[in-house]
Design a protein around this ligand. Structure first.
Ligand code: NDP
Ligand code: HSE
Length: 432
């Protein structure tokens, strides 16, 4: 049994780090009373980039601008990485793990790109690597998948795992506003960053999908490319179409078993039935919907971002690592199942909503319909919206293969009367 006094070093004191420091200073006073197994914890250092910035609540004697030395300090038992990005965060984490310190991180980009190697490094050195806050902020989905659902054959995970895009799409839905107007408002309110690319183009959600897939199904975390589409092309017109037909548009992350060993991992906007549990998850909230063979459908919902909610998940990991340390053990890494293979989205089928901006004249519908037919895409419903220069044809298909839809769109672009493809979005089914 090692010492029951555990020393913590925090690297990064931004939104999440500063909330964690406040919580840790509070927790130092209480933990020994509430949980003997955790022992006492002590915050011994906080590394930042700019040591001159005012940081209310962070004791100045703890501050350093030498993060690497904090990660390397022999008397630091748990290093918390809250910098973000790949480097230098990866070097800080590796430095801590190599000397047997446990690491807690909220860094989804790093975990998606290097999670398998970092987990192996932690195991090799008898240390923990925890990352609960990397997916869906305060929602304990990683613990649920690793522990409570460890014996479950998970068939599908659907999630709203990006708060910024959910805020934007919810506001477009409720107020009928255009994407650009709502994005500007989200930036003014601090929900979206000045450069919103990581969120609105789906990179953030894709990293979270990879992490969910590794835990739900057993895929690796080695920077694999997954299918990704963002929300920046969604128009108020599409949101209105969805509403009229009983759907809402959400950016969803999907992990899905295909057959016994196939896995599809993807993120894209989709029309979700208004009756689906994910449809009523609005604003910056996140939710993860898990379907298991025996457990049935489960929904986890809550704040997916923000300093305090995210720090809450980080603190839970810190206390878990402290308990493990005091008991002389560490958690084993997630299992990677080499039998799994990636299924290309082109081979998957879905119902699609397709909206075309067209010239309003006789014969256009017949030309368009023949292209759908040529590629074996069957039409479920069609409407003409708008007139003259504003004319649109909106289609909902029957289930069709993505590669057939792609071929259809390519040919439609070649028809002079089709001015542009306004939208092509997946429509997901009923309660599942
Ligand atoms: P911030 O940008 O607010 O904070 C980053 C912190 O890291 C700052 O204190 C910065 O120092 C420090 N830093 C940057 N570079 C270095 C460096 N080279 N060495 C030492 N310190 C450095 O980020 P967040 O708090 O928002 O995010 C932290 C992590 O948590 C990221 O991985 C993010 O993806 C993840 N996360 C964030 C959520 C959120 O809601 N914000 C939600 C879930 C996860 P300085 O203050 O001097 O600039
Ligand atoms: N940028 C993320 C979001 C928060 O909007 O959900 C960090 O995971």
């Amino acid at each position: 049994m090692t010492s029951s006094h555990v020393r913590i070093g925090v690297i990064g004191a931004g939104f999440v780090g500063s909330a964690l420091v406040a919580a840790l200073l509070e927790e130092e006073r209480h933990v020994a009373l509430v949980d003997a197994a955790t022992g006492t914890i002590e915050l011994v250092g906080v590394a930042v980039r700019d040591i001159t910035k005012p940081r209310p609540g962070v004791p100045v004697e703890l501050l350093t601008d030498d993060a690497l030395s904090l990660a390397a300090r022999e008397d630091v038992d748990i290093v918390v990485e809250l910098v973000g990005g790949i480097e230098p965060a990866k070097t800080y984490i590796e430095t801590a793990l190599r000397r047997g310190a446990s690491v807690v991180t909220a860094n989804k980009a790093l975990m998606a790109a290097h999670g398998t190697a970092l987990a192996a490094l932690a195991h090799e050195h008898g240390a923990d690597l925890h990352y609960e806050a990397a997916v869906a902020g305060a929602i304990p989905i990683i613990a649920a998948l690793r522990s409570s659902l460890a014996g479950e054959k998970i068939t599908r995970v659907l999630g709203i795992v990006n708060g910024t895009t959910n805020f934007i799409l919810s506001k477009m839905t409720m107020e009928g506003l255009d994407y650009g107007v709502v994005l500007a408002e989200a930036q003014a309110l601090g929900y979206a960053e000045a450069d919103p690319t990581a969120d609105v183009e789906g990179f953030d959600a894709a990293a979270k999908v990879q992490i969910l897939s590794s835990l739900a199904i057993g895929t690796s975390l080695q920077g694999e490319e997954i299918s990704r589409e963002g929300i920046s092309a969604i128009r108020a017109l599409d949101v209105d179409f969805a509403r009229r037909y009983g759907y809402v548009i959400k950016l969803i992350g999907v992990v899905e078993r295909v057959g016994e060993w196939g896995v599809s991992r993807r993120t894209h906007p989709a029309l979700v039935p208004a009756s689906h549990p994910l449809a009523s998850v609005n604003g910056a909230l996140n939710a993860v919907f898990v379907e298991g063979q025996n457990a049935g459908p489960l929904v986890f919902m809550g704040p997916g971002a923000g300093g305090q909610p995210t720090a809450s998940a980080v603190l839970g990991n810190v206390l878990h690592a402290a308990r493990n340390r005091n008991a002389g053990r560490h958690d084993v890494p997630f299992t990677v199942d080499d039998r799994l293979h990636n299924v290309d989205i082109a081979d998957l089928s879905s119902v699609f909503y397709i909206s075309l901006d067209v010239v309003d004249e006789p014969g256009v519908l017949a030309q368009v319909a023949s292209v759908f037919a040529h590629h074996h895409v069957s039409i479920q419903s069609m409407e003409q919206a708008g007139l003259a220069s504003d004319a649109r044809l909106n289609f909902v298909t029957h289930e069709a293969k993505t590669s057939d839809i792609d071929a259809t769109l390519t040919d439609l672009r070649g028809i002079a009367a089709v001015e542009s493809i306004g939208a092509c979005l997946r429509v997901i089914g009923g309660a599942a």
